[in-house]
Write a protein that binds this ligand. Structure first.
Ligand SMILES: [Fe+2]
Length: 366
């Protein structure tokens, strides 16, 4: 009797962002992007909050004329087991996060035959997926990577060294308690915008002057503090974030008095506050850039993560001359980790030749 042979490689990998927002799918063949769809384009619900990426996956497979069984792997851009550990004493949220990796969530029966075996599922740490989404499509032979967002598992900012076409080494991480993403989102809410309207805060900053001291410190080597007050002790991660955001809010009130939090409809009253938040962010990003340069010995920088969508800060960093070249992943929100995860899995499976060519457009959708 013939022994069952190993399944022949097809070269196809689907990268997925399956977090609580920005669900997306990228279909790659031997590391090269073929099609890339965000779930909110299909559901028409902005940011696809708490939505499964299943329709995006289904649309990508349909575009390429493939079934699930044609994939060598499905590659996920977050490690939810690690996130659950970080969440700690929060059974309700832990259950919710665990459900994001279930068969029913990723491959629901309304779209995928439940009797079919699934391809191997590979998981990548969130910030590694962000870094990969910026380094591999940058075309740079080597680079420093700076990832900044609200949080990925237990981390909010990561500095990595990228080299040799297939290596990304994390050299430094900052905890969620030091999150620049939460800082900027809280500042956005302070001026009466939503946490998803950070881009408006950046625009408002251009009208003001940075006259307020928002009590942020510059991160130094060997000192991971960006906030002057130590992390809040709580076994529940979500409560730690909420307390930190409230703490930020009270600092903002102290600094920007008499402009109290959230006077809706009067954004211009906050223009100096917005400029102060933007200036604080830019100073910190410049210092993180200096750290990245020091630890990577590369004059090229790649940026990703939601904070890297702050084009004013990116522009200042580029104009500073600290780096010779900077590449910013256009999908620096979480939809981009689908790409990073797919490339990471592709290089692991097919070798360095699976590194994609330089990304010079973002027109991969349907
Ligand atoms: Fe992220």
């Amino acid at each position: 009797m013939k022994a069952p042979g190993k399944k022949k490689s097809t070269g196809w990998i689907a990268g997925i962002n399956h977090g609580s927002h920005d669900a997306s799918c990228v279909l790659t063949h031997e590391g090269k992007t073929v099609v890339w769809v965000e779930q909110d384009r299909l559901s028409r619900i902005k940011y696809a909050a708490d939505q499964s990426p299943a329709d995006a996956l289904f649309a990508c497979l349909k575009f390429a004329g493939l079934g699930l069984q044609c994939l060598d792997a499905v590659s996920l851009g977050s490690d939810h087991a690690q996130l659950i550990q970080w969440l700690g004493d929060d059974p309700e949220r832990c259950r919710e996060v665990a459900s994001y990796s279930s068969r029913d969530w990723l491959f629901p029966a309304r779209l995928f035959d439940p009797s079919m075996p699934l391809p191997p599922i590979e998981t990548h740490p969130h910030h590694l997926a962000h870094a990969a989404s910026a380094f591999y499509p940058s075309g740079f032979e080597d680079a420093a990577a700076l990832v900044m967002d609200a949080m990925g598992e237990d981390t909010s900012t990561t500095i990595a060294r990228c080299y040799s076409n297939d290596n990304i080494q994390i050299v430094k991480s900052y905890s969620v308690d030091e999150s620049l993403g939460y800082f900027y989102e809280t500042a956005s809410q302070y001026v009466g915008f939503s946490r998803h309207q950070a881009g408006k805060l950046m625009g408002l900053a251009a009208y003001g002057s940075p006259i307020y001291d928002l009590r942020l410190k510059l991160p130094a080597n060997g000192n991971d503090r960006i906030w002057p007050v130590a992390a809040i002790d709580d076994k529940n991660g979500r409560l730690r974030i909420e307390k930190r955001c409230r703490q930020l809010n009270s600092w903002f009130t102290e600094a920007a008095f008499p402009y109290a939090s959230g006077i809706v409809g009067e954004p211009m009253a906050y223009r100096d506050f917005a400029a102060s938040a933007q200036a604080a962010l830019e100073r910190i990003i410049f210092t993180l850039g200096e750290q990245a340069l020091q630890s990577s010995a590369s004059r090229r920088l790649v940026l990703s993560g939601g904070v890297a969508l702050n084009c004013s800060a990116n522009g200042k960093l580029a104009a500073s001359g600290l780096f010779e070249k900077i590449f910013v992943q256009p999908a620096s929100n979480d939809s981009g980790v689908a790409l990073g995860a797919a490339i990471q899995s592709s290089i692991r499976r097919y070798g360095a030749s699976a590194r994609p060519a330089m990304m010079n457009h973002a027109y991969w959708g349907l």
